[in-house]
Write a protein that binds this ligand. Structure first.
Ligand SMILES: O=C(O)CCC(=O)C(=O)O
Length: 286
């Protein structure tokens, strides 16, 4: 059977492609990541020295890589975004390959909507259970597919992702708002509005779901839709767990990448861009 198991993707909301990327792809990503990570660190240092806020800096630098620092350390990179906009190798080599994966899985053409790399540094990086679609619902496409690429091994210890085995079955009999999507009618689950858990799924719903860890090796790829709930725990190891997330929408909805990042550069502090993320911004959205 093909690794692109559409039936499983539609039922579970995600699939795992073990070693979906080649050693050559991973080498290319390591080189790109060293450059992106290094540039991110320099930007944070430069900003601290100049005393400018990230919000002001990005309003004036609309083509810059977007860097979000750790909540407790303005010099430490928590994540960076706008990878395709900033790095030509990723734009020309990786993004078309990922589009091929999604076409093989869904039969449709998808375009990049957003991208990011979570550094998940030791001691931090937990993401409460959430649906990604909540963060995007002010924009037009109502269905997205994300390709997660693990640059480091993701383990129980360092905060691998958890997905439900079958959340629609777990939640049968409960009435949630449904959206019509290419993966069928999918629920928008009740989430917290405001506060430090802004965007996180409400606890009584989380408890109804049977979760399973998805550990991954470098080169493994997880493809998931924007409705499947997921979370990760904090990194209890002493090394970062880097993972890149490339989120796509069906091409027929249009290409929103530039619009999305233009908005994000202009409104860096807007809390709607920081749903259920372990950064200063979700905490300051209270
Ligand atoms: O990096 C992680 O551990 C989780 C990322 C995640 O859930 C997200 O960005 O939506």
């Amino acid at each position: 059977m093909s690794a692109f198991n559409k039936e499983r993707f539609m039922r579970q909301g995600y699939i795992v492609l073990e070693q979906g990327l080649t050693a050559q792809d991973m080498q290319m990503l390591e080189t790109a990541s060293a450059d992106l990570y290094g540039h991110s660190g320099q930007l944070l240092q430069q900003l601290q020295q100049s005393g400018a806020s990230l919000n002001d800096f990005y309003q004036q630098n609309l083509d810059e890589l977007i860097v979000v620092p750790e909540i407790d350390d303005p010099l430490k990179v928590c994540r960076y975004e706008y990878i395709k906009g900033y790095n030509p190798v990723i734009r020309e080599q990786l993004v078309p390959k990922l589009q091929g994966f999604i076409k093989a899985l869904t039969g449709d053409d998808f375009v990049l909507f957003k991208d990011k790399c979570n550094a998940k540094n030791p001691g931090g990086g937990a993401f409460e259970p959430h649906q990604d679609v909540i963060a995007y619902n002010h924009l037009k496409p109502n269905f997205h597919v994300t390709v997660a690429i693990f640059l480091d091994e993701a383990t129980l210890e360092n905060g691998c992702l958890f997905f439900p085995e079958n959340y629609r079955r777990d939640l049968e009999g409960h009435d949630y708002a449904l959206q019509n999507t290419p993966n069928g009618e999918l629920p928008i689950l009740p989430s917290y509005d405001g506060g430090s858990s802004h965007g996180a799924i409400q606890q009584e719903v989380v408890e109804r779901i049977q979760w399973q860890p998805v550990e991954a090796k470098p080169g493994d790829v997880v493809i998931f839709d924007s409705y499947v709930p997921h979370y990760s725990e904090k990194n209890a190891s002493d090394k970062s767990r880097r993972a890149m997330f490339y989120t796509f929408n069906a091409q027929h909805f249009g290409d929103f990448y530039d619009e999305y990042y233009d908005m994000k550069h202009r409104e860096f502090d807007n809390p709607s861009f920081h749903v259920a993320t372990p950064t200063a911004h979700s905490k300051s959205a209270m």
